[in-house]
Design a binder for this molecule. Sequence first.
Ligand code: NAD
Length: 233
Amino acid sequence: MADIAHRVHVALGGRAYDILIGDQLLDMAGPILAERFPGRRYGIITDDNVAKAQLPRLLASLDAAGLAHSEIVLPAGEATKSWPLLGQAVEGILTARLERGDLIIALGGGVIGDLAGFAAAIVRRGMGFVQMPASLLAQVDSSVGGKTGVNSPFGKNLIGSFHQPQLVLADLSALDALDARQFAAGYAEVVKYGLIDDEEFFSGSKPIRLRSLPAARPGARRLLAAVPTRRGW
Ligand SMILES: NC(=O)c1ccc[n+]([C@@H]2O[C@H](COP(=O)([O-])OP(=O)(O)OC[C@H]3O[C@@H](n4cnc5c(N)ncnc54)[C@H](O)[C@@H]3O)[C@@H](O)[C@H]2O)c1
């Protein structure tokens, strides 16, 4: 069993939830969900990149725990955050006959987190959902806070709602599959937190060169693990 390195409680009264951060959490998702949400079924929304890189681990874990699930795989990319693909996700949830008490799992980067969270907010007048952020940006930013939605031809994120997840499960080992550009996009966000209001944290941020990224990852991971407490979650 992998260690859960950090457990951060987001105190929001009736909408409070935990963020679990650690290695190999996708492989442990089954028992974690079974313990926290007994008797639920799961609708997993992901994109085709993440489906290849991460979904098999999650499915194996849910199967081993005897949890019923269905999957909706959308195309990767920002263009997916749209009405048509939101409609596809919603229809997929209804086709799988998931009920109001069942849970949606958002497995992916910020695009999937935003879209799946919004789908959960509107299907059956609101279903619960679990964020399983797979990109660095999603782990340090978009999976927490409850902002969900899709884009419109009039602009980004113009359609949506606030809908808090019931759990965030951030598996650091998922980051190993990111290419250098995706990793750097999230790392820039981490460094920005330090720049804005935490000199000590910023000083701990190491400059990373994209070509030497594998060597930078352990340091980046330690920094990442400190983000929730630094942000006051
Ligand atoms: N809700 C919020 O508070 C909030 C905050 C910041 C950004 N966002 C939104 O987040 C989105 C950007 O998120 P992003 O940068 O994660 O982009 P993304 O979701 O498009 O992911 C980037 C790419 O990485 C791939 N990927 C992600 N995780 C992977 C993994 N573990 N293995 C292999 N491939 C993986 C994806 O398939 C995709 O191709 C934008 O739409 C932005 O508006 C939302």
